[in-house]
Design a protein around this ligand. Structure first.
Ligand SMILES: *Cc1c(COP(=O)(O)O)cnc(C)c1O
Length: 388
């Protein structure tokens, strides 16, 4: 299949090859701690993509034989009747990516990046992370036989750091936040030439995250439901958000759906730059403060790209308090048997907040992006259990 990168800001095209990250013209490599400009997007030939889809596979820019042997994607979509009844919304579905091999949605991106590395004979991948991307790349990298180096804030939940070490990756702990880890890792990959899996910076991290859109459409159709009217996405850097919108755009272009769902950026009050920008028109980094660590970023690295996609398709923002996140987390566990980490539960909290504005017969999907076992300290707090 003929694939290339395109810059959504100026339209420039580039081959998909090692060493290519941002657009040469629009890229903003020299602005540490800021959203990236010139983030590239994958482009393909629609006729070939349609043939791939008809053959049962999701069109991706790396051939199937390069993917490591590991069950990534194809996660369950649940109707959760007790939760539906509790919330008075019969069309609610939960997409559970806590079931991924490393326990988070990040595996979808790591899987594509690992396949790309194998295709090009690259032996090492490095990345910065709040925790889940690191444990994910370490996991998928282990299955693929790659060396993985991760830059992680010391404050990352312990389960995520232990996962990294269990999978045999190299852990570099940063005395600082995720934003500092991001810039430190860029300096490392610049210096060494190692493949960067920094989220948004490597365009394949966005493309890899589109696959759940295809699964949702397929699964809902198989269960006799129409496509979703609303999709709630926990959002930090805005890569899952942009990846999912990208997936729905593909499905629209390929004739699999006839309109876009409303995609909601679910953000914590203390880290809400993308949702705020939808209202103010300005993307303003701000020091982050939320217990939902996976969506805690000062500057959403994919903010420019994600906002453009949200605006193009009438997307919406939902800003939820940490308390509402913890309540949604407990509700999901107790009413659906789905124990999600706080960042994931933000999607459910956003749905609960938005529900009075949704039509009663509409179809909504909440993206539950990570397992609750990844951050026991916050989960303990939500149920009032004191850890010693
Ligand atoms: C990374 C992550 C998110 C947010 O994804 P972004 O692409 O940073 O917006 C949400 N939930 C979980 C569990 C994550 O690991």
């Amino acid at each position: 299949m003929r694939w290339s990168y395109r810059c959504p800001e100026c339209g420039a095209a580039y081959p998909i090859e090692p060493g290519r990250y941002l657009c040469d013209r629009c890229g903003s490599r020299n602005a540490p701690g800021m959203p990236l400009h010139g983030v590239l997007e994958c482009a393909f030939d629609p006729d070939e993509a349609r043939r791939e889809l008809a053959a049962g596979s999701i069109p991706l820019p790396v051939e199937a034989e390069h993917f490591p042997s590991l069950p990534v994607g194809g996660t369950p979509l649940w109707p959760a009747p007790r939760l539906r009844e509790e919330l008075g919304f019969p069309g609610l579905w939960l997409k559970d990516d806590g079931c991924e091999p490393s326990g988070s949605y990040k595996d979808r991106a790591s899987y594509l990046v690992a396949a790309f590395a194998r295709k090009h004979g690259i032996g090492e991948v490095a990345l910065a992370s709040t925790g889940n991307a690191a444990s994910s790349m370490a996991c998928v990298g282990a299955a693929a036989g790659l060396k993985v180096t991760v830059f992680l804030p010391k404050s990352a939940p312990i389960a995520k750091r232990v996962q990294v070490l269990q999978y045999g990756a190299e852990l570099r702990e940063i005395e600082g936040n995720y934003d500092l880890a991001f810039d430190t890792c860029l300096a490392y990959t610049d210096e060494t030439g190692v493949l960067s899996r920094n989220t948004a910076y490597n365009p394949l991290t966005i493309e890899g995250k589109k696959t759940a859109a295809f699964e949702i459409i397929r699964e809902l159709a198989a269960r006799g439901s129409r496509p979703p009217d609303h999709v709630f996405v926990p959002t930090g850097d805005g890569v899952i958000l942009a990846g999912l919108i990208r997936g729905f755009e593909d499905l629209l272009a390929l004739g699999e759906i006839d309109r876009m769902p409303t995609v909601w950026a679910a953000q914590a009050e203390g880290s809400s730059a993308i949702a705020r920008a939808l209202e103010t028109g300005r993307l303003e980094p701000r020091p982050s403060a939320t217990l939902a660590d996976s969506i805690s970023v000062d500057a959403p690295r994919n903010g420019v790209f994600a906002l453009a996609k949200l605006r193009r398709h009438g997307g919406a923002g939902a800003i939820v308090a940490d308390q509402a996140i913890l309540e949604a987390q407990r509700l999901g566990s107790a009413k659906a048997g789905l124990f999600a980490e706080p960042s994931s539960a933000a999607a459910l909290a956003a749905f609960i907040q938005a529900r009075p504005r949704l039509g009663r017969d509409e179809v909504a999907v909440a993206m539950l992006t990570g397992s609750g076992l990844k951050d026991i300290a916050s989960a303990a707090r939500a149920v009032g259990y004191r850890l010693d």
